[in-house]
Design a protein around this ligand. Structure first.
Ligand code: NAP
Length: 306
């Protein structure tokens, strides 16, 4: 794979930015990669790791002359960061982001985008519960989807370049409109995270159990919940605050289904439970057939990075 952008600037140097830098390097997709993060500690770690070619002291310095700038900060910080870098963006550059919610990011960032800069939001559907500059790895996006969220005026050439970059980083690429994206992600990611947070919270409320049985006998279902519930608090706070409508819509449906199952358990309706679980098992099979997870025990995890 050959070079797609001469200069790429990553604003934020955590899991996603780090993984992008490593994935770009793997295939030589960028000439030079610059990076900036808010805290000196993160900048120092990123520099020591050689995560990017040049760690800059300011975001405006990092974006200077960049052909592609990617905002890799929490959703709630996107608007302020965009406002800060806007005057320093090169004419003809592409500005993108990796935020987990799209409508709110577009609303926060678009007003700051100068004429002549292509703003093309995106969201790689790949992550782990880890965060920070040491958590990235080059394979994070392999065979995962990246959704590009262009609008009607997006330059086809700029969009194609960004698509090529994500393909080069190992992802499959599709396009979606922002509202549909936010609804789909509420179903597939946001509400499941909320449920995991809640379940771990419930176990914690049973403190007398937590100290003994819950920890010692933690079965795979609960263990998977705790892994998800260890995800970054800032990121997930921002996700729920910024995808409020879709999350509440899906949560409402979830609650109705939960009541249906609760009733089936109370009334001893085994057929209903069996049929329900048969249907959900089919969904799992579909995910494995689509290559989006593995059938290996413990989901193929060795207690490691994913
Ligand atoms: P992360 O590991 O916590 O990294 C966030 C980075 O943003 C850190 O380097 C942080 O710097 C920096 N940052 C925060 N506020 C900033 C500001 N105002 N100005 C400059 N830098 C700032 O987070 P992540 O997992 O990479 O997530 C980044 C984005 O990707 C989020 O929008 C998230 O929604 C999206 N995303 C995440 C996942 C996932 O599973 N994690 C998946 C897909 C998309 P400091 O370290 O100095 O605070």
């Amino acid at each position: 794979m050959s070079r797609i952008y001469e200069r790429v600037a990553l604003i934020g140097l955590g899991l996603i930015a780090g993984s992008m830098a490593l994935a770009m390097r793997r295939r030589g997709l960028a000439g030079e990669i610059t990076g900036y993060a808010r805290s000196e500690a993160t900048r120092k770690t990123a520099a020591e790791l050689g995560l990017v070619d040049r760690v800059c002291e300011t975001a405006s310095e990092a974006v200077q002359n960049a052909d592609l700038v990617v905002l890799c900060v929490p959703v709630g910080a996107m608007g302020a960061v965009a406002a800060g870098i806007a005057p320093h963006l090169k004419k003809g550059a592409t500005l993108s982001d990796v935020g987990s919610v799209k409508r709110v990011v577009i609303k926060a960032v678009a007003p700051h985008v100068p004429d002549g800069v292509h703003f093309i939001p995106a969201h790689p559907l790949a992550g782990t519960e880890k965060s920070g500059p040491t958590s990235g790895f080059a394979e994070l996006f392999d065979n995962r989807w990246c959704l590009i969220v262009p609008d009607g005026e997006t330059s086809p050439e700029a969009k194609e370049k960004l698509r090529q970059l994500w393909l080069g980083m190992g992802a499959n690429v599709d396009e979606m409109d922002p509202d549909h994206h936010d609804l789909v992600l509420a179903v597939t990611s946001h509400v499941p995270h909320l449920i995991a947070y809640t379940m771990v919270g419930v176990a914690d409320d049973l403190a007398r159990v937590t100290n003994t049985e819950v920890v010692n006998f933690s079965a795979t279902g609960f263990r998977d919940f705790t892994r998800i519930a260890a995800s970054d608090p800032t990121m997930w706070r921002d996700v729920f605050l910024s995808n409020k409508d879709a999350t509440l819509e899906i949560l409402g449906r979830f609650t109705e289904e939960l009541f249906t199952l609760q009733r089936a358990i109370r009334t001893g309706d085994g057929n209903q439970l069996y049929d329900y679980f048969t249907r959900t098992r089919e969904i799992r099979r579909g995910i494995i057939e689509a290559g989006q997870d593995t059938d290996a025990a413990n989901f193929g995890r060795n207690g490691g990075a994913k």
